[in-house]
Write a protein that binds this ligand. Structure first.
Ligand SMILES: Cc1cc2nc3c(=O)[nH]c(=O)nc-3n(C[C@H](O)[C@H](O)[C@H](O)COP(=O)(O)OP(=O)(O)OC[C@H]3O[C@@H](n4cnc5c(N)ncnc54)[C@H](O)[C@@H]3O)c2cc1C
Ligand code: SF4
Length: 619
């Protein structure tokens, strides 16, 4: 048996994973005087590596890859985007059950996916916490909007979120800092929506437009997805963990891949076993309490892999619900070329990604709709700095070559508008993850196998999205391109040539830079849809593949009933009182609101509870 090194220190709290949940947990605990050992599977983030100000010509072969992979469909590496992740991670496969289609985007770096996420930052509404009471589907959360609102407040004050006060029930107002001005394409969308009686409002983004906590205000370079050297946008790494480390109460162990939670004779977690990726050796750290924040599915995987005679179904799994009720956001997009934008004088429309969004406007009309839950619309377009691959679509549309081709591309650039729907999925019995009995990763850890199924609720919602997008785009005179309707997100199949130029797609969520369009196919286990997303199945409306919007939540849900839930209302395991979960795994439903703001607020609340329980010696 390989030698295992066990430390002698018993750490008050070991946090596993450093994304939105782990970063918040670490910062709040450290500020409350609690010492934290943070285990992170990826390396430390070096802010010097962030690429937001890099020009395309500075990337090797202009980002096409050493062998022109960008043109042949291969992987181009991270030379331009600094995403540190994707659906394919070397040595870390997952599998997908026959008949299912799922893509699992992970990031391995301090701060996880918050380093490059879209930063759409939306509060859940009061009714989002009580879906079953509203329409009889899914389950209610054990907490209400009033329980979480003070933590949304704290998060917004600390992080900085843009927005305006609107008084819309489906989009609760927060503590906003001033948003950037709307751009020409935003104004066109806002007017087109107004004609249809739909309100479009300032985007709510985790970007500070005023200096705070030593972070300068955003300088509107428009490249948030590639990092932010000034830390003006939110990433757990530079906004939470680096400052927390300065308290002297936080120790970060990078390149530490947690394998299993070990329990003592009382059933409590006593240690975490991890693989030190730099040496390949197995180590253990002892703990008084542990917080799982490795992302929803990875946290479920850790629990399911932590079997013992006392916990034969995996840790904290007496209910059998670990891994169940996996949800993603419903995604669908449509784009059009808008003649009103042709020939317009060029101006700098960089900003910080999206400046406009459309909250769900029919929240009180569901009785007259054929789907029970809502969606919001994200807007893409503008003359943003061309990036690598920006003109692929234009090149395929334009005739000729040389000057004529260049002029055609110049005329076309920035004249498309893309609308992306982000809708609520209802948890179902077909969508879950479990341990694959036959496949292990390169560390010898059993991997996850995904099962996935959309229901008619989501398909009908997508039909409504497409109809609405068409009406909005046509009311501004837009010409919808063949291939303009897509499922969207990181699992989106590549459309070659017919789609709009890159600037027209809503860039903020589920856009995965150079990895977009890759499928995860561990050796011998092709995903059921191959390179085709579910969006492309004939007869189906264009819906994203499961996981493609990168909002996977659920799997270790909270609830008051220990028979049907894993965690209590403070995200503490019913079965194991020194075990907490602080990512999106505790989510009971997946409202149309992008999940990260709720992950942060929930983790903040859990951290305060845990600190108080530690003080009272209750855990
Ligand atoms: C391109 C993109 C765009 C997005 N846009 C938005 C958006 O606009 N708005 C929004 O709300 N959300 C968005 N998301 C989703 C958002 O990034 C996630 O909701 C959020 O980062 C989840 O936080 P987390 O802490 O649960 O997990 P993560 O951010 O994934 O962090 C988990 C961390 O745990 C580490 N880890 C995993 N396993 C282990 C292990 N076994 N041992 C030790 N460490 C481990 C990982 O390396 C990682 O650092 C987007 C995501 C992507 C990729
Ligand atoms: S747009 Fe603002 S927040 Fe985004 S990377 Fe540039 S400076 Fe940072």
């Amino acid at each position: 048996m390989a030698q295992v090194t066990t430390g002698t220190t018993v750490h008050d709290v070991v946090v596993i994973g450093s994304g939105a949940g782990g970063g918040t947990m670490t910062k709040v605990l450290a500020d409350l005087g609690v010492s934290v050992l943070l285990l992170e599977a990826g390396p430390m983030l070096n802010p010097a590596d962030l690429k937001e100000h890099m020009w395309p010509y500075e990337a090797p072969n202009r980002g096409a890859g050493p062998h022109g992979e960008a043109y042949t469909g291969g992987r181009t590496g991270f030379s331009y985007s600094a995403t540190y992740g994707g659906a394919q991670l070397e040595g870390e496969p997952y599998t997908v059950a026959p008949g299912s289609d799922f893509s699992w985007f992970r990031s391995r770096i301090l701060g996880g996916r918050t380093n490059h996420y879209g930063r759409v930052t939306l509060r859940m509404s009061d009714y989002d916490f009580k879906p079953r009471s509203t329409d009889g589907l899914g389950w209610d959360w054990p907490i209400s909007y009033q329980d979480l609102a003070p933590y949304y407040d704290k998060a917004e004050r600390f992080i900085g979120v843009t927005g305006t006060t609107e008084g819309i029930r489906s989009a609760p107002d927060g503590i906003f800092n001033p948003p950037a001005a709307l751009r020409a394409h935003d104004t066109i969308v806002q007017r087109a929506c107004a004609k249809l009686g739909i309100r479009a409002v300032a985007a709510r983004q985790a970007v500070t437009t005023i200096a705070r906590n030593g972070r300068p205000a955003c300088h509107y370079c428009g490249q948030c997805g590639r990092g932010c050297k000034t830390a003006s946008n939110y990433a757990a790494s530079y906004v939470q963990i680096f400052p927390a480390m300065q308290t002297g109460r936080v120790q970060v162990v990078a390149n530490a891949m947690a394998r299993e939670l070990l329990t003592d004779e009382t059933g409590k977690v006593s240690a975490v076993s991890y693989v030190d990726k730099t040496t390949g050796t197995e180590k253990q750290v002892r703990c008084r309490t542990v917080v799982l924040a490795a992302s929803a599915c990875e946290s479920a995987r850790l629990l399911l892999n932590s079997k013992s005679p006392r916990h034969p179904q995996g840790l904290a799994n007496s209910s059998g619900k670990v891994g169940r009720y996996l949800m993603d956001t419903v995604g669908s997009s449509l784009s059009a070329q808008v003649p009103a934008l042709s020939g317009m004088p060029r101006y700098n429309s960089d900003g910080y990604g999206s400046h406009l969004y459309v909250p769900w406007w029919l929240w009180d009309k569901h009785k007259s709709l054929n789907f029970p839950r809502g969606y919001h619309i994200e807007v893409g377009g503008g003359y943003g700095m061309p990036g690598i691959g920006s003109f692929t679509g234009s090149v395929n549309r334009a005739e000729g070559y040389g000057l004529k081709m260049k002029q055609a591309i110049r005329d076309d650039y920035g004249t498309s508008i893309g609308l992306s729907g982000r809708g609520e999925m209802i948890p179902n019995e077909q969508s879950f993850c479990e341990i694959d009995p036959n496949v292990k990763d390169s560390f010898g850890i059993p991997v996850l196998r995904f099962h996935w199924g959309w229901s008619e609720h989501e398909l009908n919602q997508v039909r409504h999205m497409q109809q609405t997008f068409r009406e909005i785009l046509e009311s501004m005179g837009g010409r919808i391109a063949p291939g303009g309707a897509r499922g969207g997100g990181a699992g989106q199949a590549q459309t070659t040539g017919t789609g709009p130029q890159r600037g027209a797609q809503a860039p903020q969520t589920g856009q995965a830079g150079p990895q977009t369009g890759q499928t995860n196919a561990p050796a011998g286990q092709p995903t059921s849809a191959g390179p085709m997303a579910q969006a492309d199945i004939p007869g189906r409306p264009p819906i994203s593949r499961g996981g493609a919007i990168i909002h996977e939540v659920g799997t270790v849900r909270m609830g008051d009933d220990r028979q049907t839930s894993v965690l209590n209302r403070f995200c503490q395991a019913h079965d194991v009182k020194n075990l907490f979960v602080a990512d999106a795994a505790p989510f009971v439903s997946n409202a149309d609101k992008n999940p990260t703001h709720t992950i942060v607020a929930l983790a903040w609340r859990t951290a305060e509870y845990l600190a108080a329980e530690l003080k009272k010696a209750n855990v």
